[in-house]
Every structure is written in C-alpha cells, then in structure tokens.
Design a protein around this ligand. Structure first.
Ligand code: FES
Length: 141
C-alpha cells in the first residue's frame, strides 16, 4: 500500500486542488501557528464583513503535509460565510468529517488549521477593539 492509499478521495481532491490556498491582501485578521508534533507551519487570513459580521473570505498558506493542506482547505470552506461566533465553534472533528476521515496518525494535522483560525479570529477581535489582549501567544508574525 502506498502512503496515498491511506487517504480518502476527499483528502486527495483537496490536496491536489485546494480552492482556498493563497494570501489575502490587507486581511482583517491573520493567524500563524506551528504544529508542535511535526514542526509544520500554517497561516490563515481572514476578511470580515462588518454588518452583519461574517467571514467574507478566508485563505491559507502552509508548509505542511497532505493532511494539513486538505484540512486547511476544508476548514476554509466550513468557515466561509459563517459569523465569527459560528466560526469559533468549528471543531477538529468537523474538519475530519468534511474530509470523510483522516488516518489516525494524521489527526494532529487537522489541529493546525483549527488553531490558525482561532488565532486569526483573535487577531481580528484585537484589531477592532473587541478584546484588549490576545490570549494566544503572538510569537510568529
Ligand atoms: Fe505536519 Fe501533518 S505532518 S501537519
């Protein structure tokens, strides 16, 4: 069995043709996180409509594996069009379900996108003055 046989068709589709890969110029929020398990890095960019407050656009960049790329692409799709409060509730499991599963040794890769989104939302809320302090360490911008 090759390594790719371990992945669902949905993972491979998103890995080979991610729709949400890239950078957003002048983003309203940016979150960058590193995966402590493997050292891979993920960056999430947000553009937010103010009234109603919804995620208008979301993109990702990563130095990551097949699962990280597919997970981030799925995350972007899950978050786009959601309110900030709805987006905060997106779980790793929702990402994994969207991918129709991940090999168990690759579950940690889905955490990268979800953490990046949380950090990007926090960056957005800090910029608009909704929160006065970031709770997530801002060590990597
Ligand atoms: Fe690093 Fe998947 S192995 S994110």
């Amino acid at each position: 069995m090759t390594e790719f046989n371990a992945y669902t068709k949905e993972v491979l589709k998103r890995f080979t043709n991610p729709k949400n890969f890239g950078e957003i110029k002048n983003p309203d929020g940016v979150g960058q996180v590193g995966n402590p398990v493997c050292g891979d890095v993920m960056k999430i960019y947000l553009k937010v409509d103010k009234k109603p407050e919804k995620i208008k656009n979301i993109k990702f960049q990563t130095f990551g594996c097949v699962s990280a790329i597919a997970s981030s692409d799925a995350l972007c799709e899950l978050a786009k069009g959601k309110t900030i409060e709805e987006a905060k509730k997106i779980t790793n499991q929702a990402i994994i379900d969207k991918l129709e599963g991940l090999p168990s040794i690759k579950i940690h890769c889905s955490v990268l996108g979800a953490s990046g989104l949380k950090k990007a939302i926090e960056d957005y809320e800090f910029k608009i003055g909704k929160i006065s302090k970031k709770s997530i360490k801002d060590d990597d911008k």
